[in-house]
Ligand binder design. Structure first.
Ligand code: BG6
Length: 506
């Protein structure tokens, strides 16, 4: 399972990690700090190599200094001694992704390492490239016979996993022409977050929550992933994605599956993934007529955040001046099972929202009978459980208590578990945890083809309707607010309210 004490992990086989798109943003921001930290925490095998591949003409030294810069910037300054252990294992091959000589050079390099290490090594191909190059790379890896060892070779694929259901099916078909499904690791970095992984520990390692984890006690569930940042320098990508594809199809729906899945029998990767797919398949299909009722889209306009003037989405670089792409999406889903029948799951995400916060609210039903006098229960609220994913990391249980004093007054209070306080340690970055899993061959947290396709299937009616009818009135929310008014209405008309992240601590 995850997070076994390092000393109990089996000795890791030698590994060569090949990063395609090695000069790009992902390698610099995420992979460099993660790999360095893995070395630091003893989670890399004694023999390892990182081979960067890119179209840019660079030397291995330039590649090393780029990774060092990434590690320095995104994890804090590297320590000279550790860097000197890390850096001789890094090298760079420049070449065209469609050119067989690139793969011949790679093959030669892989073999040189194996010779030096005195035996076969695992090979991890990490696709950190834009999606339009994936097909070429996969085919060329196949042609160069670099994927044949089903035990030792793995491929890591970044999102987007397609643009819709059909393209996801096509991408999966392409991948499986060269790799077995067991070799494919589709990354959703939310699954590497400690707080997300803890959802299973919280639900299934404690006896007291599971008996009330169903429609008899839970009124509804809210999943919010709110960001303060805009699209930054990713306008070109985002114009083809939008919030539904960028966030809900993967991160939010994955969180939903962890909240809604049935208890697993074992911690076997496929057992857990099967349980998650069961949830996805049980999500009630949305008819095209229902889309207006259950899905809301929005786009940020100008506004102000923390005293700063914020430009609108349409004035960001690489964004069309009349863009109709959504930077906010809220949807309502139902999971048609005995456990969840008629319990709504409200999901929302957006950029340029008031605060950065990812959290899940489990809102319980009110008590069946209110025995306190009305005067005692003025501020009375039903129980709720808040799973704080980011940046707060913890769990909050809200309940009622009697206010001290001679008169009977009930007041909402909470019990708070904080990761920081309980464990006195910083959670590892998501990429670190996930890379460590790929290295040790644990696919539990990675998306299987059927998960990805089932998730697209849930969203296709919304995507189709949204494509057909362009939104009127974009931009429809100011930067620094909680999104469009229609998102309020989506939940308010059910007699409920979004819980504002951060307010629970007030
Ligand atoms: C990525 C999205 O998957 O997740 C980005 O493509 C988004 O648009 C990011 O900003 C959010 O991740 P986190 O970990 O900062 O919540």
């Amino acid at each position: 399972m995850k997070n076994k004490p390092i000393s109990t992990k089996p000795k890791l086989s030698p590994v060569s990690i090949v990063i395609f798109g090695a000069t790009g943003d992902l390698a610099w921001r995420k992979l460099a700090p993660a790999l360095y930290n893995l070395l630091l925490s003893g989670q890399l095998p004694d023999h390892f190599a990182v081979i960067g591949i890119g179209r840019k003409n660079k030397s291995s030294d330039e590649f090393r200094s780029r990774l060092r810069d990434g590690a320095n910037n995104f994890r804090g300054r590297v320590d000279e001694k550790t860097w000197n252990k890390f850096s001789p294992n890094l090298s760079y091959i420049s070449g065209d992704y469609a050119d067989p000589t690139t793969y011949a050079a790679l093959d030669k390099q892989l073999k040189t390492h194996e010779k030096k290490w005195g035996g076969a090594a695992n090979h991890i191909f990490y696709l950190a490239t834009p999606p339009d190059i994936v097909e070429t790379i996969v085919k060329m890896i196949g042609k160069a016979n670099l994927a044949q060892d089903k035990q030792r070779v793995r491929i890591v694929v970044e999102k987007p996993f397609g643009h819709d259901l059909d393209s996801a099916v096509a991408l999966n078909a392409l991948l499986t022409t060269v790799f077995d499904e067991t070799q494919i690791y589709r990354i959703d970095h939310y699954m590497g977050k400690e707080t997300v992984q803890n959802i299973l520990a919280f639900r299934f390692a404690n006896a007291m929550f599971e008996p009330i984890w169903d429609r008899r006690y839970i009124d509804h569930v809210q999943i919010t992933v709110a960001e303060q940042i805009g699209v930054e320098h990713r306008g070109a990508y985002y114009e083809h994605a939008g919030a539904l594809r960028d966030m809900i199809q993967n991160h939010l729906i994955q969180i939903l599956t962890l909240i809604a899945m049935e208890p697993m029998v074992s911690f076997d990767a496929d057992e857990i993934r099967n349980k998650k797919v069961d949830v996805l398949r049980a999500i009630r299909p949305i008819s095209k007529e229902q889309v207006k009722e259950v899905a809301v889209r929005g786009q940020y306009g100008t506004g102000s955040m923390e005293g700063q003037k914020i430009p609108s989405y349409r004035s960001e670089s690489d964004v069309a001046r009349a863009s109709t792409v959504e930077t906010f999406a809220a949807i309502k889903l139902f999971v048609d099972t005995w456990r969840w029948q008629d319990v709504p799951f409200y999901l929302r995400t957006g950029k340029r929202l008031k605060t950065k916060a990812s959290e899940v609210v489990i809102q319980f039903r009110p008590v069946p009978h209110q025995s306190f006098p009305k005067t005692a229960a003025i501020a009375w609220q039903p129980n709720c459980l808040i799973i704080q994913i980011h940046p707060e990391e913890g769990i909050l249980l809200c309940f009622q208590a009697k206010q001290p004093g001679p008169t009977l007054h009930l007041s909402p209070v909470d019990m708070h578990f904080s990761y920081q306080e309980a464990f006195k340690t910083k959670s590892p970055e998501a990429y670190e945890a996930l890379l460590s899993d790929v290295i040790s061959g644990d696919a539990t947290l990675f998306m299987r083809a059927d998960q990805v396709e089932a998730s697209w299937a849930v969203l296709m009616p919304i995507l189709n309707e949204w494509k057909k009818s362009k939104p009127a009135g974009f931009p429809n929310y100011k930067s620094g607010t909680w999104g469009p008014k229609a998102a309020e209405a989506l939940i308010v008309r059910d007699g409920r309210n979004w819980l504002e992240p951060g307010l629970e601590d007030a």
